[in-house]
Design a protein around this ligand. Structure first.
Ligand SMILES: NC(=O)c1ccc[n+]([C@@H]2O[C@H](COP(=O)([O-])OP(=O)(O)OC[C@H]3O[C@@H](n4cnc5c(N)ncnc54)[C@H](O)[C@@H]3O)[C@@H](O)[C@H]2O)c1
Length: 333
């Protein structure tokens, strides 16, 4: 596709504004419009960014005809409002990069993936955690065979989030990322079993422990929490196989490979110059990759961090919820 790619952003909250800033700064993208049903947010973003603003997505899509749309709406469980504008943008012929979770219900998420397929459009999810330089190094270790046949994956993700909007808000809104990182390194998950607890004073399930089995035969575990103060690291992923084991610390800070039977390890450390400065930079890598893949006419089924990956992650999390509600039963997906 001809560059720059013409991009519009739907949803002008904090995250939509972040998408807009990053598209605007990307030489391969041309930010052409923003849209929000909240006039105050739309007007503020349009003025700040110097682009046209629209109060409804269909009008924006018909008038501007963007190549790519970033859907950064939120809604119930931080995902219900992704469905409508994603379908509208796909039907208008746009490629869509949608925030996580793909959607808060599985049937709607399935329709989103099916619609992208029907119109042969690229459909990506903002799984920014898998796009850091450290995560790329770790993925290359897996792809180069340095881990070998996988045995276990231990994943942990924790932040403080006081939102209590629904009983399984933490499971559905935080863990698309953690499950995606597990699937990124370990492949499909076929069975889950989960328990939950909560910190004093909380009314929803804010801490979860989930066991899982991968299609490869490897086993895995996820610890996730909205109960732990920010400031310290927030994420850790450990992948072990018969040839080696790696630990990915805090998403972008450090990746360490421990080769089996070799006391000399390899360490990638986020560089001071040119490295990730903060969490915002994880969005930059992810958004730029989607724009690059669209520019390269990448077939939709090869999109890195695709809608299908987003759907698969939500199905794993629904399995965890089913397990919790059944008192900890094993759920085959
Ligand atoms: N990838 C990450 O690391 C990360 C981090 C935080 C949040 N998020 C995700 O980003 C998304 C947005 O977060 P936020 O905090 O900016 O949310 P927000 O609720 O503050 O903003 C969403 C905006 O979308 C608008 N909107 C809803 N439906 C619309 C529609 N059909 N057309 C136009 N506008 C519409 C709302 O009016 C609102 O202004 C959420 O889905 C969240 O899960 C991702």
């Amino acid at each position: 596709m001809k560059t720059p790619i013409r991009v519009a952003v739907i949803g002008c909250g904090p995250i939509g504004n972040r998408h807009a800033d990053l598209h605007k700064a990307n030489p391969m993208a041309d930010l052409v419009a923003v849209c929000d049903i909240r006039k105050d947010r739309c007007d503020a973003a349009a003025q700040r960014l110097g682009v046209q603003g629209f109060y409804d997505a269909p009008t924006m899509l018909a008038t501007i005809k963007p190549d790519v749309v970033s859907v950064a709406t939120g809604g119930i469980e931080y995902g219900s409002d992704h469905f409508l504008p994603t379908i509208q943008a796909l039907e208008a012929g746009c490629h869509v990069l949608c925030e996580k979770p793909i959607c808060n219900t599985i049937p709607e998420a399935e329709m989103m993936v099916a619609t992208a397929k029907k119109y042969n459009r690229c459909f990506g999810i903002d799984f920014n955690h898998r796009f850091t330089e450290a995560a790329k190094v770790a993925k290359k270790w897996v792809d180069d065979g340095l881990i070998g046949q996988q045995l276990f994956i231990n994943m942990s993700m924790w932040i403080k989030n006081p939102n209590e909007s629904s009983p399984f808000y933490m499971v559905k809104a935080l863990n698309p990322h953690s499950v995606d990182v597990m699937r990124h390194f370990g492949g499909d998950i076929v069975a889950v079993q989960a328990f939950v607890t909560k910190a004093p004073g909380r009314t929803i399930w804010t801490t979860m422990s989930m066991n899982c089995k991968f299609k490869s035969g490897a086993v895995g575990h996820l610890s996730a929490s909205y109960d732990i103060e920010r400031g310290h690291p927030m994420e850790r992923c450990e992948v072990a196989g018969i040839k080696g084991r790696f630990v990915l610390e805090d998403m972008w800070r450090e990746a360490t490979l421990y080769p089996a039977g070799n006391l000399i390890k390899q360490v990638y450390t986020n560089p001071v110059f040119g490295g990730h400065r903060d969490f915002v930079d994880t969005f930059q890598n992810r958004l730029a990759t989607f724009i690059q893949q669209v520019a390269d006419d990448t077939p939709p089924e090869l999109i890195n961090g695709s809608g299908a990956d987003g759907l698969a992650a939500q199905k794993v999390l629904q399995g965890a919820i089913d397990s919790i509600e059944s008192g900890g039963q094993l759920i085959w997906l």
